[in-house]
Ligand binder design. Structure first.
Ligand SMILES: [Zn+2]
Length: 156
């Protein structure tokens, strides 16, 4: 049903094609209140403010995210360093201690006499035991070669 655009009442039968009363009669009612005009400028400004608030919130989230990411990277690096340190400590603990057989002179026909077996820093250690062999020679031992011991330098 068509309505009059001035008063809002239905148009009388046969006049539905018109936009407002006036052909057969005047408007039966006073004109409709004029709808408040939309303040587009205000709306646009409010929308801009909302967009700005969202953007600043997003920027803040981004910066928090970046900060957390940086912390996480720091933790990962610290964890890796500690892991590497523990591995190194374990390797040091597992590494065989180098030992030296000490004589009081250089090798020759009249070889130096055996003094002791020492650690790298000169502490005497008790390793193996002296035994007389059936051939009359004496031996000290046993010593065990370790597969992780550093390779001997080739002789010149
Ligand atoms: Zn009317």
């Amino acid at each position: 049903m068509s309505k009059c655009e001035i008063c809002g009442e239905p148009m009388p039968p046969g006049e539905e094609m018109f936009k407002f009363h006036g052909y057969s009669s005047q408007c039966p009612k006073p004109p409709l209140p004029i709808p408040p005009t939309v303040n587009w400028k205000e709306r646009a400004e409010a929308a801009e403010q909302r967009v700005a608030a969202l953007e600043s919130g997003y920027a803040r989230e981004l910066s928090i995210h970046a900060e957390l990411q940086q912390k996480l990277t720091g933790y990962k690096e610290a964890f890796q360093r500690e892991h590497a340190m523990r591995l190194l400590e374990a390797q040091i603990k597992a590494a065989p201690e180098p030992l030296y057989v000490v004589f009081d002179g250089p090798p020759s026909h009249d070889a130096g006499r055996f003094v002791e077996v020492e650690t790298i820093d000169g502490k005497g250690v008790s390793v193996g035991k002296w035994e007389e062999q059936v051939d009359g020679l004496w031996r000290l031992g046993p010593f065990y070669a370790s597969p992780t011991a550093p390779e001997q330098e080739p002789k010149p």
